[in-house]
Design a protein around this ligand. Structure first.
Ligand SMILES: [Zn+2]
Length: 280
């Protein structure tokens, strides 16, 4: 798929699992288990689907998944599965290596979005993308380094503090990133999460990050229990889904295990997923 000067490629960096109840907040299990069946530990399978924007001036990667620094305990808790899909394998599938990435946009610093930013090299933590600048909002970084007792387990400092210490992070303030790329700040899930909107005169694709992690999160009450301000998420969903439905945006799902993208449609009560969309 091409939008403006960018060729777009989904990059699945692997699968993991999280508690199904936590992923759907107040929605009872009999409803969410129809679309997202849980395993024996009540976990549902999730993708870590990044997006690559390839252009003559460089290769921009949006988010980078769990990475490969997890220990055995974390691999068990989160059921991390990078056998078939990993960042390296998926990049290789489109003829790229991590060294070809020139910019990494991090929607936010939760470990399942930025874990691939750093890796171990001879026992030291080093940047995974040696030729890239990293971008994240100042607001989210400031929260990540001193998150609350409720959400600090979601922020693992080895994923981002070493980058800041080496001066590799450009802190984002505002909405413009590059021609055709706009950032939209969200504050319900965490503070200072950026959605990435890629547009040209013929259409728009929105990288939904954790505002709409899966297709099943399109109906308005389907809000994650992890969200710090669920009523703020609700208003953010209304605004984004209204624009998406009215203007025909493609919604790109980072965590849906099966559906990379869909469009949204209005219903009497809110919104539903409409046609599914292949990103090819
Ligand atoms: Zn998150």
């Amino acid at each position: 798929m091409k939008i403006g000067k960018y060729e777009l490629y989904p990059v699945n960096s692997g699968f993991f699992s999280l508690d199904g109840g936590a992923m759907f907040g107040v929605i009872p299990r009999p409803l969410w288990e129809k679309t997202n069946p849980p395993d024996s530990r009540n976990r549902i399978r999730l993708a870590t689907r990044c997006l690559l924007l390839k252009s003559p001036s460089g290769n921009i990667l949006i988010d980078n998944g769990m990475g490969n620094k997890s220990d055995e305990k974390a691999k068990d808790i989160y059921n991390i599965d990078q056998d078939e899909f990993s960042l390296e394998k998926s990049l290789a599938g489109i003829g790229l290596h991590k060294d070809d990435i020139t910019a990494v946009i991090l929607t936010h610093l939760h470990f399942d979005h930025c874990g691939g930013s750093t890796e171990y090299e001879k026992g030291r933590i080093v940047p995974s993308f040696k030729n890239a600048k990293y971008y994240v909002s100042r607001k989210n970084y400031d929260w990540a380094v001193m998150a609350s007792e409720r959400d600090r387990a979601s922020y693992i400092k080895d994923n981002f503090v070493p980058l800041a210490e080496e001066g590799l992070i450009t802190f984002l303030n505002g909405n413009t990133f590059d021609d055709g790329i706009e950032l939209i700040e969200m504050n319900g899930h965490t503070f200072g999460m950026n959605l990435v909107k890629i547009s040209d005169s013929s259409g728009t694709l929105l990288y939904c990050a954790d505002l709409l992690p899966c297709r099943a999160h399109i109906p308005l009450p389907y809000i994650m229990g992890y969200d710090l301000q669920p009523l703020v998420t609700l208003e953010e969903k209304k605004n984004i889904l209204a624009a998406a439905a009215d203007e025909g945006w493609i919604l790109f799902f980072e965590h849906d295990p099966a559906t990379p993208a869909a469009r949204a449609a209005r219903t009497e009560k809110g919104f539903k997923a409409d046609e599914l969309t292949e990103i090819v």
